[in-house]
Design a protein around this ligand. Sequence first.
Ligand code: ZN
Length: 78
Amino acid sequence: MSWSEVLNELTTYLLMGGIVLVIMFIVQVVKNRDLFNDSATTHICDKCNAKKLDDGKYVCECGGEFVHINKMKWVEEE
Ligand SMILES: [Zn+2]
């Protein structure tokens, strides 16, 4: 095996490694975008329609209940 062949192999492995890294990076970015996407965690009060991000408490000051925005839309469609 000559040095140029070794270098070629090395370049190929580095390129493959680089592509894998880029894919992993993109996957992380997409995951984080979902995490910080407002509509993914937005809850709406079923009585006064107050909006807030999910903080683990689902009882509104008005006595209503905070429902996930997606479930809210689903209920409205019925
Ligand atoms: Zn409320």
